[in-house]
Design a protein around this ligand. Structure first.
Ligand code: XMP
Length: 517
């Protein structure tokens, strides 16, 4: 086991993720409760995270003494390195060597941390972000790597298994960082690769049971992977004390609602309320073309429908659900934390179930809060979700409404569904689905003239979109072969009545967004 002491870095969870990738169990504890966590967990190694404070500030956080006196291996990262240097008798100074972004480090000494990864005498790229720096090494340490700015990039005390690194080795911009963390947990701390998603599943189930006790949980299903995986875990933990609600707003893709219902009711036998609210949503959207207005209507009706269904659940006499299960992922957590209070502008009001728990006075159960999207997918596989479901592209909460710029009608939705299904079918046939982050069709509120057979046509334009991305925050358009685009366009125009022209969107994000609205 590894204990990660969190000094408030934005990327502490990335450290946890790297440790998990190395097949080793870890827990994160905020520095305030690190001493207790150390005693309960009895870890074989400790990692100290970065953080926003300066070790030179009065009252800035420290490492509990017990961690150093217990003689476990310690890896300090950025703030973690500096606080370690200071507490072990070294010196830190402000401002002398500020480095932000990419830097190169030169390796000055061999180290167990570098084993089979970095060689003495060579230079390697890393990601730096610091204002303070270690200027005097604590007794027992050597400078194992240096940066151009002469900072102590790595300090090592091989005898005590203490390592401090100034750069962020947990981020992808430090290309070999993950391997250095592996070296630390495997070679330095001697931990073996025995932690798996199966183990996570067991732990998550136990944690849900402990939290919920004999209570009931309500869980909204969106049709996406995250809410489905969260619901499956909760169901494994508490069985039929979970009820799922699937609000069908009539804005889903071809066959999607049926798939969800049959998967949950049929395959998993989980109590599921299928709220057929298509007319409610589509009637309310009639004549509305402003994108934000559409999002507001959908968000409001979603909450109202969900709430109404929740009330019916208690009528079976087995009690009112006091918990709300959600598939919140770690990136959602960081985004909402780092944006609170900031002057960030609302580009789009994202529709999700935020606001529901307060309004319904419910406590949250969020078993995926520590995971990243690809880890959730792996957990989904572990829980037996079909591969096609697990590896699906993301789909926005407001559904096809934001892929029909202008007014949304049942007729337009029917046209869009067909075009979208053909486009995705061609992408799958070409073996490209997994290379693309998200692909979809958009039905434009524009009609153009065409000729089919001997007749004139005057029909809608369909835009195709496909992007690559890591997290949806930035994106690039996908470069299809022209042949592929021609094939998809021909099929759409031939098979879908109502579309006579197809265009491809070559906008990246920024300046565009992934969705059109
Ligand atoms: P944009 O269009 O903002 O989209 O570049 C980024 C990612 O978020 C998805 N998206 C949403 N997801 N509710 C969601 O759950 C929403 O309201 C929403 N709007 C956009 C979008 O599909 C893309 O993956």
């Amino acid at each position: 086991k590894v204990l990660i002491v969190d000094f408030g870095s934005q990327v502490t969870q990335l450290i946890a993720r790297r440790v998990r990738e190395a097949g080793v169990y870890c827990e994160i504890a905020p520095f305030q409760s690190a001493e207790r966590a150390f005693e309960t967990l009895a870890p074989k190694a400790v990692i100290l995270s970065g953080g926003p404070a300066s070790v030179l500030d009065q009252g800035s956080p420290r490492v509990p003494d017990v961690i150093f006196s217990s003689k476990v291996p310690v890896l300090g990262i950025c703030y973690g390195e500096q606080v370690m240097a200071l507490q072990l008798g070294g010196k830190v100074a402000a401002g002398k060597t500020r480095e932000f972004g990419r830097a190169d480090v030169e390796i000055l000494a061999e180290s167990a941390l570098f084993d089979n990864v970095w060689e003495k005498g060579q230079s390697y790229p890393v990601w730096m972000s610091h204002g303070d720096a270690v200027i005097d090494l604590p007794p027992g340490f050597v400078r194992a790597a240096t940066s151009r700015q002469e900072a102590v990039a790595v300090m090592a005390d091989e005898a005590r298994h203490y390592y401090g690194v100034q750069f962020h080795l947990e981020v992808v911009h430090t290309p070999q960082g993950a391997r250095l963390i592996e070296n630390f947990v495997h070679k330095v701390a001697g931990l073996s690769r025995d932690w798996t998603m199966r183990a996570f599943r067991q732990e998550a189930i136990a944690a849900i049971q402990a939290k919920v006790g004999t209570g009931r949980v309500l869980c909204g299903l969106s049709g996406g992977v995250d809410s489905a995986v969260a619901a499956l875990l909760i169901h494994e933990a508490i069985g039929d004390r979970l009820t799922c609600v699937f609000v069908d707003h009539g804005l889903l893709r071809h066959g999607e609602a049926e798939e969800i219902v049959s998967l949950f009711r049929g395959h998993y036998n989980i109590p599921l309320i299928h709220a057929q609210a298509q007319d409610l949503f589509l009637d309310a959207l009639a004549g509305v073309s402003d994108p934000e207005e559409k999002r507001r209507i959908i968000g409001r009706l979603f909450i109202e429908t969900f709430e109404a269904e929740a009330k019916t659940i208690a009528s079976d006499g087995k009690g009112v659900p006091e918990f709300l299960g959600q598939g919140t992922l770690y990136p959602d957590v960081i985004e909402s934390v780092s944006f609170t209070g900031g002057p960030s502008v609302t580009i789009k009001s994202h529709h999700n179930v935020g606001g529901l728990p307060e309004r319904m006075n419910m406590k949250l159960v969020e078993p995926l809060r520590e995971l990243f999207k690809d880890e959730v997918r792996e957990l989904g596989r572990e829980l037996g979700l079909p591969e096609a479901f697990v590896s699906r592209h993301p789909f926005p909460g407001p559904g096809l409404a934001i892929r029909c710029p202008g007014g949304v009608t049942r007729e337009k939705l029917a046209i869009l569904r067909q075009a979208d299904a053909i486009y995705l079918d061609e992408i799958r046939k070409a073996g490209l689905y997994d290379k693309i982050w998200q692909a979809f069709a958009v039905l434009l509120p524009v009609q153009t003239v065409g000729v089919m057979g001997d007749g004139r046509t005057y029909e809608f334009v369909c835009a195709l979109r496909a992007v690559t991305s890591v997290d949806g925050m930035t994106a690039d358009f996908y470069s299809f072969e022209m042949d592929f685009l021609g094939r998809a366009a021909t099929r759409i125009i031939n098979e879908v009545q109502g579309i006579n022209r197809v265009v491809y969107d070559v906008t990246s994000k920024p300046p565009g967004t992934i969705e059109w609205e």
